[in-house]
Design a protein. Structure first.
Length: 301
């Protein structure tokens, strides 16, 4: 049976405060998924001077790995340079992508040997209908087969699953030898209302989908803990835990944040002392269903 696992994080007392960083290569994306988790939405790409400065400051902070995200990393006109610069700083690079277009896949394939990990996002049939996407599992696997990075992961955002679809996903993964990660669709109250779900219908659907997945995949303890925590966050929003992520976020404009959704940040152009004060100060950020899903995807092994 295929096991759905996720990179394990050591206890907070035994790890560096910030081990990795998620870097946005652009504030915009042509794919425009209906339930996109992007925290920043603006035109323009991350420029090389800002990125280089970010790498320098992240390295000084103790960051050991970065993950390039979007918008869509494959759209960045200097993607190869982004990867090469990270290597010059001795930092391994991963990429999270929705690339399907031949030119985007070719761009990723060209740098595959330089990537520690490539994660390709896909959606279940129900999630595609809900988010108005075309990111099927089959097309994601086709992308992964053309991008032979050090580690290849299929990340499936799921919603309203059926037994036949789970069986199909299982068989495709079993043949490919690719790792699989999964996340339920996270809908806020506005999105739930738009989709026609009451709050408790939404929770019931999440539970039914998880039960169905458990019939075909061996769900890791960490994933089950995540589902339990997600349900608690949704039922008791006032009790959401403080952010304790070991991953930083760098926006395409060059702002370092503890979380993509944080209201506070510091520019990579700021003095070292200012950046240090920001990173060591107490944070008021609380974990939300949206940022919890991103942290799981961004937790680089």
């Amino acid at each position: 049976m295929n096991t759905i696992t996720h990179p394990e994080s050591p206890p907070a007392s035994a790890r560096q405060r910030f081990r990795s960083a998620l870097i946005s290569t652009a504030g915009h994306c042509k794919i425009a998924c209906g339930f996109c988790f992007r925290a920043d939405r603006a035109h323009g790409f991350l420029d090389i001077p800002t990125y280089t400065r970010a790498l320098s400051r992240l390295k000084e902070t103790g960051v050991e790995a970065i993950c390039l995200t979007g918008g869509e990393p494959a759209h960045h006109p200097e993607l190869r340079q982004l990867v090469r610069l990270a290597h010059q700083f001795g930092i391994p690079v991963s990429v999270v992508t929705s690339a399907r277009a031949p030119e985007d896949v070719d761009r990723l394939a060209d740098i595959a040997r330089l990537l520690a990990n490539v994660t390709v996002s896909a959606d279940s049939i129900g999630a595609m209908e809900l988010g108005r996407t075309t990111r099927s599992v089959a097309s994601a696997i086709a992308t992964l087969e053309q991008v032979p990075a050090g580690e290849r992961v299929l990340h499936v955002t799921y919603w309203n699953l059926t037994a036949s679809e789970c069986q199909d996903i299982y068989e495709q993964i079993d043949k490919s030898g690719i790792q699989i990660q999964i996340s339920p669709v996270a809908l806020d109250s506005t999105a739930r209302q738009r989709a026609g779900y009451t709050f408790y219908d939404y929770l019931a659907r999440q539970r039914e989908d998880a039960d169905l997945l458990g019939r075909f995949f061996q769900l890791s303890e960490r994933f089950q803990e995540y589902l339990t925590a997600l349900r608690a966050m949704q039922l008791y929003p006032e009790g959401r835990p403080s952010c304790a992520s070991a991953a930083l976020y760098v926006s395409a404009s060059g702002e370092i944040r503890r979380c993509p959704y944080s209201k506070s940040g510091v520019s990579v152009r700021a003095a070292r002392a200012e950046i240090s004060r920001f990173l060591h100060a107490e944070s008021d950020d609380r974990t939300t269903p949206e940022c919890a899903a991103i942290c799981r995807a961004a937790d680089i092994p």
